[in-house]
Design a protein around this ligand. Structure first.
Ligand SMILES: [Zn+2]
Length: 292
Protein backbone atom coordinates (compact mmCIF):
# COMPACT_ATOMS: atom_id res chain seq x y z
CA UNK A 1 0.00 0.00 0.00
CA UNK A 2 1.49 3.30 -1.10
CA UNK A 3 0.19 5.27 1.85
CA UNK A 4 2.21 3.12 4.28
CA UNK A 5 5.33 5.07 3.57
CA UNK A 6 4.17 8.68 3.71
CA UNK A 7 3.93 10.01 7.26
CA UNK A 8 6.41 9.64 10.10
CA UNK A 9 4.11 7.42 12.11
CA UNK A 10 3.73 5.08 9.14
CA UNK A 11 7.48 4.63 8.79
CA UNK A 12 7.67 3.96 12.48
CA UNK A 13 4.85 1.42 12.28
CA UNK A 14 6.28 -0.30 9.24
CA UNK A 15 9.68 -0.63 10.94
CA UNK A 16 8.03 -2.15 14.02
CA UNK A 17 6.13 -4.67 11.93
CA UNK A 18 9.09 -5.89 9.90
CA UNK A 19 11.47 -5.95 12.86
CA UNK A 20 9.15 -7.90 15.15
CA UNK A 21 10.56 -11.33 15.88
CA UNK A 22 8.56 -14.18 14.30
CA UNK A 23 6.33 -15.85 16.87
CA UNK A 24 5.48 -19.53 16.45
CA UNK A 25 1.79 -18.96 17.23
CA UNK A 26 0.51 -21.72 14.97
CA UNK A 27 2.93 -24.28 16.39
CA UNK A 28 1.86 -23.44 19.94
CA UNK A 29 -1.84 -23.52 19.08
CA UNK A 30 -1.56 -26.89 17.33
CA UNK A 31 0.16 -28.40 20.33
CA UNK A 32 -2.55 -27.16 22.68
CA UNK A 33 -5.38 -28.48 20.51
CA UNK A 34 -3.64 -31.85 20.18
CA UNK A 35 -3.50 -32.17 23.91
CA UNK A 36 -7.24 -31.78 24.30
CA UNK A 37 -8.12 -35.19 22.92
CA UNK A 38 -5.81 -37.21 25.17
CA UNK A 39 -3.92 -36.26 28.33
CA UNK A 40 -3.39 -32.48 28.71
CA UNK A 41 -0.28 -30.75 30.00
CA UNK A 42 -1.28 -31.49 33.57
CA UNK A 43 -2.03 -35.15 33.03
CA UNK A 44 -5.85 -34.92 32.87
CA UNK A 45 -7.98 -35.26 29.78
CA UNK A 46 -10.53 -32.63 28.78
CA UNK A 47 -13.10 -32.12 26.06
CA UNK A 48 -12.63 -30.38 22.74
CA UNK A 49 -13.58 -26.68 23.24
CA UNK A 50 -17.35 -26.25 23.63
CA UNK A 51 -17.49 -23.46 21.05
CA UNK A 52 -16.08 -25.86 18.45
CA UNK A 53 -18.71 -28.43 19.43
CA UNK A 54 -21.31 -25.72 18.78
CA UNK A 55 -19.89 -25.13 15.29
CA UNK A 56 -20.06 -28.84 14.56
CA UNK A 57 -23.73 -28.97 15.63
CA UNK A 58 -24.37 -25.84 13.57
CA UNK A 59 -22.83 -27.45 10.51
CA UNK A 60 -25.15 -30.45 10.84
CA UNK A 61 -28.15 -28.09 11.10
CA UNK A 62 -26.91 -26.10 8.08
CA UNK A 63 -26.64 -29.22 5.93
CA UNK A 64 -30.15 -30.23 6.93
CA UNK A 65 -31.51 -26.73 6.20
CA UNK A 66 -29.93 -26.71 2.76
CA UNK A 67 -32.18 -29.62 1.72
CA UNK A 68 -35.09 -27.11 2.00
CA UNK A 69 -33.80 -25.65 -1.27
CA UNK A 70 -34.03 -29.07 -2.93
CA UNK A 71 -32.32 -32.39 -2.16
CA UNK A 72 -29.33 -31.65 -4.40
CA UNK A 73 -29.07 -27.90 -3.85
CA UNK A 74 -25.45 -27.86 -2.65
CA UNK A 75 -24.39 -30.52 -5.14
CA UNK A 76 -25.78 -28.64 -8.13
CA UNK A 77 -24.17 -25.42 -6.87
CA UNK A 78 -20.87 -27.28 -6.76
CA UNK A 79 -21.30 -28.87 -10.19
CA UNK A 80 -22.83 -25.90 -12.05
CA UNK A 81 -20.54 -23.29 -10.47
CA UNK A 82 -21.42 -19.97 -8.91
CA UNK A 83 -23.26 -17.14 -10.63
CA UNK A 84 -23.76 -14.65 -7.82
CA UNK A 85 -25.66 -11.46 -8.72
CA UNK A 86 -24.00 -9.56 -5.85
CA UNK A 87 -20.54 -8.73 -4.65
CA UNK A 88 -20.30 -7.39 -1.10
CA UNK A 89 -17.51 -5.54 0.67
CA UNK A 90 -18.32 -5.46 4.36
CA UNK A 91 -16.69 -4.96 7.76
CA UNK A 92 -14.98 -7.88 9.49
CA UNK A 93 -17.29 -7.21 12.46
CA UNK A 94 -18.97 -10.45 13.57
CA UNK A 95 -22.36 -8.72 13.78
CA UNK A 96 -22.43 -7.82 10.10
CA UNK A 97 -23.12 -10.96 8.06
CA UNK A 98 -24.89 -10.27 4.77
CA UNK A 99 -26.09 -13.78 3.91
CA UNK A 100 -27.91 -13.72 7.24
CA UNK A 101 -29.01 -10.06 6.99
CA UNK A 102 -30.68 -10.60 3.62
CA UNK A 103 -31.73 -14.22 4.19
CA UNK A 104 -30.05 -15.42 1.00
CA UNK A 105 -28.81 -18.84 -0.07
CA UNK A 106 -25.17 -19.80 -0.65
CA UNK A 107 -24.17 -18.84 -4.18
CA UNK A 108 -25.80 -15.39 -3.97
CA UNK A 109 -23.03 -13.14 -2.66
CA UNK A 110 -19.38 -12.95 -3.57
CA UNK A 111 -17.81 -11.38 -0.52
CA UNK A 112 -14.73 -9.78 0.92
CA UNK A 113 -14.32 -7.79 4.10
CA UNK A 114 -11.90 -5.90 6.26
CA UNK A 115 -11.85 -3.51 9.20
CA UNK A 116 -14.37 -0.72 8.48
CA UNK A 117 -15.29 -2.00 4.99
CA UNK A 118 -12.71 -0.16 2.96
CA UNK A 119 -11.81 -0.31 -0.71
CA UNK A 120 -8.45 0.92 -1.96
CA UNK A 121 -7.07 0.04 -5.37
CA UNK A 122 -3.64 -0.42 -3.78
CA UNK A 123 -5.10 -3.17 -1.59
CA UNK A 124 -4.55 -6.17 -3.83
CA UNK A 125 -6.99 -8.42 -1.96
CA UNK A 126 -10.07 -6.24 -2.34
CA UNK A 127 -9.14 -5.11 -5.83
CA UNK A 128 -8.64 -8.70 -7.01
CA UNK A 129 -12.04 -9.68 -5.58
CA UNK A 130 -13.68 -6.70 -7.36
CA UNK A 131 -11.91 -7.53 -10.61
CA UNK A 132 -12.93 -11.19 -10.54
CA UNK A 133 -16.50 -10.34 -9.50
CA UNK A 134 -17.00 -7.80 -12.29
CA UNK A 135 -15.01 -9.28 -15.15
CA UNK A 136 -15.40 -13.03 -14.62
CA UNK A 137 -18.48 -13.63 -12.47
CA UNK A 138 -20.35 -10.70 -14.07
CA UNK A 139 -22.07 -9.58 -10.86
CA UNK A 140 -24.86 -7.05 -11.33
CA UNK A 141 -24.31 -5.20 -8.07
CA UNK A 142 -21.36 -4.24 -5.89
CA UNK A 143 -22.59 -3.43 -2.39
CA UNK A 144 -20.36 -1.50 -0.01
CA UNK A 145 -21.88 -2.28 3.37
CA UNK A 146 -20.95 -0.27 6.45
CA UNK A 147 -22.51 -0.62 9.87
CA UNK A 148 -23.35 1.69 12.75
CA UNK A 149 -21.25 1.00 15.84
CA UNK A 150 -18.17 0.20 13.72
CA UNK A 151 -15.08 -0.08 15.93
CA UNK A 152 -12.74 0.87 13.09
CA UNK A 153 -14.67 4.08 12.46
CA UNK A 154 -14.82 4.86 16.21
CA UNK A 155 -11.03 4.47 16.44
CA UNK A 156 -10.62 6.96 13.60
CA UNK A 157 -12.45 9.60 15.69
CA UNK A 158 -10.04 9.33 18.64
CA UNK A 159 -7.05 11.69 18.73
CA UNK A 160 -3.73 10.09 17.76
CA UNK A 161 -2.01 9.78 21.12
CA UNK A 162 1.44 8.32 21.70
CA UNK A 163 2.90 6.51 18.72
CA UNK A 164 1.71 2.90 18.96
CA UNK A 165 4.55 0.47 19.55
CA UNK A 166 2.76 -2.87 19.26
CA UNK A 167 2.79 -4.11 15.63
CA UNK A 168 -0.90 -5.04 15.83
CA UNK A 169 -1.86 -1.49 16.92
CA UNK A 170 0.33 -0.05 14.17
CA UNK A 171 -1.42 -2.16 11.55
CA UNK A 172 -4.88 -1.03 12.71
CA UNK A 173 -3.86 2.65 12.92
CA UNK A 174 -2.34 2.47 9.44
CA UNK A 175 -5.45 0.80 8.02
CA UNK A 176 -7.91 3.35 9.46
CA UNK A 177 -5.89 6.39 8.34
CA UNK A 178 -8.13 7.04 5.30
CA UNK A 179 -11.12 7.22 7.71
CA UNK A 180 -9.24 9.77 9.83
CA UNK A 181 -8.91 11.82 6.64
CA UNK A 182 -12.67 11.61 6.05
CA UNK A 183 -13.23 12.68 9.68
CA UNK A 184 -10.87 15.65 9.33
CA UNK A 185 -12.29 16.87 6.01
CA UNK A 186 -15.99 16.12 6.38
CA UNK A 187 -18.44 19.04 6.27
CA UNK A 188 -21.27 17.11 7.91
CA UNK A 189 -22.45 19.37 10.78
CA UNK A 190 -22.36 16.46 13.27
CA UNK A 191 -18.72 15.74 12.45
CA UNK A 192 -17.71 19.42 12.51
CA UNK A 193 -19.27 19.70 15.99
CA UNK A 194 -17.40 16.58 17.10
CA UNK A 195 -14.06 17.94 15.84
CA UNK A 196 -14.63 21.19 17.77
CA UNK A 197 -15.51 19.25 20.91
CA UNK A 198 -12.41 17.07 20.60
CA UNK A 199 -10.18 20.12 20.16
CA UNK A 200 -11.53 21.58 23.40
CA UNK A 201 -11.46 18.39 25.43
CA UNK A 202 -9.73 15.48 23.67
CA UNK A 203 -10.69 12.01 24.86
CA UNK A 204 -9.90 8.43 23.86
CA UNK A 205 -13.36 7.38 25.09
CA UNK A 206 -15.22 5.61 22.28
CA UNK A 207 -18.36 7.40 21.02
CA UNK A 208 -21.75 5.90 21.93
CA UNK A 209 -23.73 3.86 19.40
CA UNK A 210 -26.17 6.75 18.94
CA UNK A 211 -23.58 9.54 18.80
CA UNK A 212 -24.68 11.52 15.71
CA UNK A 213 -21.09 12.24 14.62
CA UNK A 214 -20.23 8.53 14.88
CA UNK A 215 -23.22 7.56 12.74
CA UNK A 216 -22.41 10.34 10.26
CA UNK A 217 -18.79 9.17 9.93
CA UNK A 218 -19.92 5.57 9.32
CA UNK A 219 -22.05 6.92 6.45
CA UNK A 220 -19.34 9.24 5.06
CA UNK A 221 -16.82 6.38 5.14
CA UNK A 222 -19.21 4.24 3.06
CA UNK A 223 -19.63 7.10 0.56
CA UNK A 224 -15.85 7.62 0.27
CA UNK A 225 -15.38 3.92 -0.48
CA UNK A 226 -18.22 3.82 -3.03
CA UNK A 227 -16.51 6.76 -4.79
CA UNK A 228 -13.20 4.89 -4.81
CA UNK A 229 -14.88 1.78 -6.30
CA UNK A 230 -16.64 3.88 -8.95
CA UNK A 231 -13.33 5.59 -9.83
CA UNK A 232 -11.33 2.35 -9.90
CA UNK A 233 -9.75 1.08 -13.12
CA UNK A 234 -11.83 -2.12 -12.90
CA UNK A 235 -15.14 -0.20 -12.93
CA UNK A 236 -14.04 2.58 -15.28
CA UNK A 237 -12.68 0.05 -17.81
CA UNK A 238 -15.86 -1.98 -17.52
CA UNK A 239 -18.08 1.05 -18.14
CA UNK A 240 -15.88 2.14 -21.07
CA UNK A 241 -16.09 -1.35 -22.60
CA UNK A 242 -19.89 -1.32 -22.14
CA UNK A 243 -20.32 1.98 -23.94
CA UNK A 244 -17.92 0.91 -26.70
CA UNK A 245 -19.76 -2.39 -27.12
CA UNK A 246 -16.50 -4.25 -26.58
CA UNK A 247 -16.57 -8.04 -26.38
CA UNK A 248 -13.53 -8.20 -24.16
CA UNK A 249 -15.40 -7.66 -20.93
CA UNK A 250 -18.67 -9.06 -19.73
CA UNK A 251 -21.64 -7.01 -20.90
CA UNK A 252 -23.33 -6.81 -17.50
CA UNK A 253 -24.33 -3.38 -16.26
CA UNK A 254 -22.83 -3.10 -12.79
CA UNK A 255 -24.28 -0.85 -10.13
CA UNK A 256 -22.39 0.18 -7.00
CA UNK A 257 -24.40 0.77 -3.84
CA UNK A 258 -23.55 2.36 -0.48
CA UNK A 259 -25.59 0.89 2.38
CA UNK A 260 -25.38 0.89 6.18
CA UNK A 261 -26.54 -1.90 8.48
CA UNK A 262 -27.93 -1.07 11.91
CA UNK A 263 -26.53 -3.68 14.33
CA UNK A 264 -29.19 -2.72 16.87
CA UNK A 265 -32.34 -3.51 14.89
CA UNK A 266 -31.10 -5.23 11.70
CA UNK A 267 -32.34 -2.45 9.41
CA UNK A 268 -30.47 -1.53 6.22
CA UNK A 269 -30.25 2.11 5.11
CA UNK A 270 -29.53 3.12 1.52
CA UNK A 271 -27.31 6.20 1.35
CA UNK A 272 -28.74 7.15 -2.06
CA UNK A 273 -25.40 7.08 -3.90
CA UNK A 274 -26.02 4.15 -6.27
CA UNK A 275 -23.72 4.57 -9.22
CA UNK A 276 -24.10 2.81 -12.58
CA UNK A 277 -22.94 3.11 -16.20
CA UNK A 278 -25.31 6.05 -16.72
CA UNK A 279 -24.27 7.86 -13.54
CA UNK A 280 -25.91 8.42 -10.18
CA UNK A 281 -29.29 6.80 -9.39
CA UNK A 282 -30.71 8.51 -6.32
CA UNK A 283 -34.29 7.22 -6.22
CA UNK A 284 -36.23 3.99 -6.33
CA UNK A 285 -34.56 1.97 -3.60
CA UNK A 286 -36.95 -0.05 -1.40
CA UNK A 287 -34.64 0.41 1.59
CA UNK A 288 -34.83 3.21 4.14
CA UNK A 289 -33.19 6.34 2.75
CA UNK A 290 -30.59 8.41 4.61
CA UNK A 291 -31.35 12.14 4.79
CA UNK A 292 -27.77 12.98 3.76
ZN1 LIG B 1 -16.97 -2.42 11.63
Amino acid sequence: MKFCFTAGISLFCYASIVSAAPRPLFAAASKDLGSTTKAGHHGHSHKYPAEIQELFKGNIAFRKNMTNHGPDFLKSLAVDGQKPPFMVIDCSDSRSSEEAIFSVKPGTMFTTGNIANQFHEEDLTTNAVLSYAVETLAVKHVILMGHYGCGGVAAAMAPLGEKPTHPAHCAVQEWIKPIRDVYQRSERPEIIAHRKKMLKSPTQKAPGLHDPAFRALVEENVKANVRRIADSAVIQDHFAALSAGSDELQKTEVHIHGWVYDIENGEVTDLGITFGPSGLIEDGSPFKKSKY
